[in-house]
Design a protein around this ligand. Sequence first.
Ligand code: MN
Length: 437
Amino acid sequence: MTMVNETHDPARKSWVSSANGHSQFPIQNLPFAIFREAGSNGIWRGGVAIGEQILDMAKVVKLNLFIGDAQTAAQAAAQSSLNTLMGLGAKTNSTLRSALSNALSEESADQSALENCLVAQSDAQYALPCQVTDYTDFYTSIHHATAVGSLFRPDNPLLPNYKWVPIGYHGRSSSIGVSGQTFPRPVGQTKKPDACTPDFAPCQRLDYELEMGVFIGQGTQLGQRIDISNAQEHIFGMCILNDWSARDIQAWEYQPLGPFLAKNFASTISPWVVTAQALAPFRHQFSRPKTDPQPLTYLTSEENSQYGNLDINLSCFIQTENMRQAKQAAQQLSESNFKHAYWTPAQLVTHHSVNGCPMTPGDLLGSGTQSGPEADEAGSLLELTQGGKKSLILDNGETRTFLQDGDTIIMRAHCSRDGAVSIGFGEVVGTVLPALL
Ligand code: MN
């Protein structure tokens, strides 16, 4: 696992002046995205965020500044998707990180050559960072699982397997879009509790889910397991994920085989992928309450106990159509933290592959809704409105139980810690359109 090294040094500054003191993209971060100039027909290629700028990797590789593994990885990062880069593995990606950090640091001899490789983020548009080869969504917040369970099954909120098995379901990658995604309100089957037969109509209880996504790096073959001690090496990086959810469709369809059409009409991710290496300073001890069952041996390692958890502050905002018309800023709905997760990313990767299921560079694992222990740390409207029973009153006087057409949801994620430079994931933005009838 990548530990803290010179690329995280708080004293390191960049010749890209906007990076120094930047709340999201200082030189200690260096996340990847796929971009091109907005409104152009230019080619999509990889870029690295540095302050307000993007380092255009397609131009960087032509300069031949790097050698060996760093140049191999830089060439992969210049492609129109990051799958090849992801598949090179953690060691090679660390080499590229060091090379990029040196090239962008104040004392770099490459400054004048690289100044011609910068594109302003304000001039860019983004594509999905990779071809999302497969998508699995987990359920790692015990606070979310308990709150949702008590709404769907008041007498039996947390099922007995929850504390033993990382619960997940296989989603669809076909409806995953990058920040800026819009989608029609889903239509489907729902059944009111007192009705004998279901209705077929637009979803009435449309929700968001505040999640993080984990991108798989180096893949595996059929039959090969990823040992927990090695799982972190198979994680390329993380993004913010909004797993839009149709609660009324979900309630009617989810038993006995789990979520299906309630979940696969749209999922939106942030354009920037923050690498596992960049997250090293924000790792924490992972432990369970003594009264809870401890994870089985195959989900336990010294490294996971010492560093498996991640301190990532998460926040969620709404901007309604009326707020947009009145040019009012988005309003915060809740704030939470990834550190409350009941399972770590390494445990998710190990569990996913324990039966021999192959993992592929570009596979996306959703964390599940990241609700914290307090009521105002809920990562969905289902929880914030107690299943739609308690309306939220917004600052402009509008009320919400669930999302209305024209609502935009914005999610942000940020890491800070004493002795480290803060880094951010940027944001993920998505908007609900009227149903297509
Ligand atoms: Mn979810």
